[in-house]
Design a binder for this molecule. Structure first.
Ligand SMILES: Nc1ncnc2c1ncn2[C@@H]1O[C@H](COP(=O)(O)OP(=O)(O)O)[C@@H](O)[C@H]1O
Ligand SMILES: [Mg+2]
Length: 384
């Protein structure tokens, strides 16, 4: 019988990375911020990670959550509606029992987060006081009613904004402002959030800007050392090869440019190949693995491009065919062919959509097609 184990052929796009490496500078900054918030909860912090799809945002969020748990923070993954809906937030915090009028609140308060005022005592005339504790009226009160160090984790935050009704956005902005500026009395509460390239703009629209030092991160590719370690782990731990993986690692790195999504896709294909070949690393195996990796890569680009019409893609390809040395482009240079293609009014909408779909990425005031091989694919396919 072969020792081949069925490995999930599709890379997970949420949560924990299987063989996480790198990002040490960012993790250090985050750790530093946690310590700071513990010392002085009045300072508040939002930690925002912004990048194109596949850059490793979700994996990094997970890692930060792990770090926080290690320092005895309570960590809660939240969805967007938890910013404005008290019941949803209570659920995410494991405090569902506080939703609605709670009778006998002292027992409810023993679960999840602790912190209903006046809970926990009161024996009057031989019977327990059956006190009604009013449910928190809004999400800010939910946080104010709790105790202890709390990290809220919000992924896909770019979705805030576009489809968020005004009254929800208003409620969300009150909560975000309170967290960002340390207005939740007496307890350190931090928000770590990740999203595509328009996320910081969305937060700015909700009144959250001026991120503290190192608390706003535009996530780039993995450094070569980290990339190497990730691929090596996949080959050694997942593929279980005993051979020297250097040749394969070098071959993969030429295709992946440190882009986590590609690194994971190629490395997983490589591990599967090695396992299928009884842990041997053959030249045929290497070729086959590169083919699979490439297929996955193209599929990934196609799924990104799907959000744009053909003429939008052509306009963006045109803008980048003449991009300067560092392969970034100004907004103006991208708008020019877009305006030609769809007119002035539409162009702005298309530009924003390209950011939301991860076809464009924000780089220090300029814009890029996030991955070098993706840019080439765009130009080859759509630049006429
Ligand atoms: N630092 C890392 N080390 C190893 N694998 C990573 C790392 N960051 C991301 N990955 C992997 O790369 C892929 C894309 O990462 P993900 O976090 O889903 O990206 P994003 O959320 O930005 O779209 C996933 O398979 C993930 O497990
Ligand atoms: Mg993600």
């Amino acid at each position: 019988m072969s020792d081949f184990v069925d490995l999930n052929p599709d890379i997970e796009d949420r949560g924990e990375a299987k063989y996480f490496h790198g990002r040490t500078g960012i993790l250090d900054s985050f750790q530093h911020r946690m310590k700071w918030a513990e010392k002085d909860p009045k300072k508040g912090t939002t930690f925002l990670i912004q990048a194109a799809p596949g850059a490793g945002k979700s994996a990094l969020l997970y890692k930060c959550g792990e770090l926080a748990e290690g320092q005895d923070w309570k960590v809660a993954d939240i969805t967007l509606d938890a910013l404005w809906d008290a019941t949803t937030l209570l659920q995410a915090l494991g405090r569902s029992k506080e939703a609605g009028q709670v009778e006998g609140a002292w027992s409810a308060s023993m679960e999840g987060e602790i912190g209903i005022p006046g809970a926990g005592s009161a024996r009057l005339g031989g019977s327990y006081e059956r006190k009604k504790t009013p449910a928190p009226r809004n999400t800010l009160e939910v946080l104010q009613n709790g105790k202890g160090k709390l990290l809220l984790v919000l992924d896909e935050a770019q979705r805030l904004g576009k489809h968020t009704p005004m009254h929800h956005a208003h409620r969300a902005s009150i909560l975000l402002d309170a967290i960002h500026n340390g207005k939740i009395a007496g307890r350190p509460v931090m928000l770590i959030t990740a999203g595509l390239s328009a996320t910081a703009d969305v937060f700015e629209g909700l009144g959250v800007s001026r991120f503290k030092d190192n608390c706003y991160v535009e996530l780039g590719p993995l450094k070569p050392e980290a990339e190497r370690e990730v691929i090596k782990d996949w080959l050694k731990k997942e593929g279980r090869t005993k051979e020297d993986p250097t040749l394969w690692i070098d071959a993969i790195m030429q295709k992946t440019h440190g882009w986590p999504q590609h690194v994971a896709a190629y490395a997983q294909a490589a591990a599967l190949q090695v396992r299928g070949d009884k842990r041997a690393m053959t030249p045929q195996g290497l070729q086959a693995m590169l083919e699979v990796g490439k297929m996955k890569r193209i599929k990934f680009y196609e799924s990104r491009a799907k959000g744009l019409d053909e003429d939008h893609r052509a306009a963006i390809a045109e803008a980048f065919a003449s991009a300067r040395e560092d392969q970034t482009q100004t907004r103006k240079a991208i708008m020019e062919p877009l305006v030609k293609a769809v007119g002035k009014e539409q162009a702005d909408t298309v530009f924003k959509r390209a950011l939301r779909k991860g076809v464009l990425d924000h780089r220090n005031g300029r814009y890029a097609i996030p991955i070098p091989s993706m840019r080439r694919w765009f130009i080859d396919n759509y630049f006429i």
